[in-house]
Ligand binder design. Structure first.
Ligand SMILES: [Zn+2]
Length: 293
């Protein structure tokens, strides 16, 4: 089990500590990798996804492994090759309002089963970002679990309940999920273009290029019907978004439309992982747009 690849996502770490303190004995041999400790410890604690100027620790799991985080990734991959685990679960939180869900790069019976220990929905994504799951999925079943919003006690509970099931091997049936799973697919990564000034508010802000509705993350995992307003564009500004599908095509204008200064959904799609954190929106992405399979 790996966790804390992002220093502001503590649910997995808390679950591991709680498990170790409970003096329970896992049924299988278990390896824990707690990643971005420096970022997590940076004041005031559990607030930095990565340290400023340092590469995201879950975007560096492919060659050339040239950064410090990349070298750690390479060492962990070599330890995993040696240990030959039956499976891997990587625990995260996100920054917006989301239910718990899994993210699977490859989605077979085993991945469905692993996700179902933690959540009742899964996003199947072929988008290559350089994550630990992409780097391991060809060797053994490997999934990401997003436990819910970082700092929310409910998310800590998701991680804890799932970890206990995971370490109680009797509960894992690689042929069958423990609960039915909704599957979301065809993710499109929606980002703010470089240099675009962004804010989150309930009305257009005059000093930025794009204002996103501050309550928009309440719609994570809900279908936004065509025409739904998402935000406001400054009259002078250029088109502020880019959106990339799995084929690497830019398709933001087929998803959204500038309706006289109001940014609206052009087609019905489902936003997930939508953040209302400006730093994350600028450095990673605004949200992913998916479809229910
Ligand atoms: Zn994360």
């Amino acid at each position: 089990m790996t966790t804390l690849l992002h220093g502001n996502e503590p649910s997995g770490l808390r679950a591991v500590l709680r498990y170790l303190r409970s003096a329970s004995q896992p049924t299988p041999n278990a390896l824990f990798f707690v990643a971005s400790v420096d970022a997590a410890l940076a004041s005031p604690g559990f607030t930095h996804r990565a340290l400023p100027g340092v590469i995201d620790a879950n975007r560096c799991w492919r060659p050339p492994f040239a950064t410090d985080a990349g070298r750690v990734a390479e060492a962990v991959l070599s330890a995993l090759s040696e240990a030959q685990p039956e499976c891997l679960v990587d625990l995260h939180n996100n920054s917006g309002h989301n239910p718990a869900y899994g993210v699977a790069f490859s989605l077979g019976h085993a991945e469905r089963s692993l996700v179902s220990l933690f959540a009742d929905r899964v996003v199947h994504t072929p988008l290559e970002l350089g994550t630990i799951v992409e780097a391991t999925v060809s060797q053994f079943p490997s999934v990401t679990i997003e436990c819910g919003r970082g700092g929310d006690p409910a998310a800590d509970e998701v991680a804890w309940a799932g970890l206990r099931r995971f370490l109680d091997w009797e509960q894992i049936d690689f042929e069958r999920p423990v609960q039915p799973l909704a599957v979301y697919a065809d993710p499109i990564r929606v980002c703010v273009r470089k240099g675009v000034r962004l804010d989150f508010a309930e009305a257009a802000q005059g000093d930025v290029d794009l204002t996103i509705s501050a309550s928009v993350d309440r719609h994570n995992f809900e279908t936004l019907s065509a025409g739904t307003p998402i935000g406001w564009l400054s009259p002078e500004g250029e088109w502020p978004l880019e959106a990339w599908n799995a084929a690497g095509e830019e398709c933001s204008q087929s998803l959204f439309v500038n309706d006289d200064g109001v940014l609206r959904a052009r087609t019905p799609r489902i936003p997930i992982m939508m953040t209302t954190n400006r730093v994350i929106a600028a450095s990673d992405c605004l949200f992913y747009s998916v479809e229910l399979v």
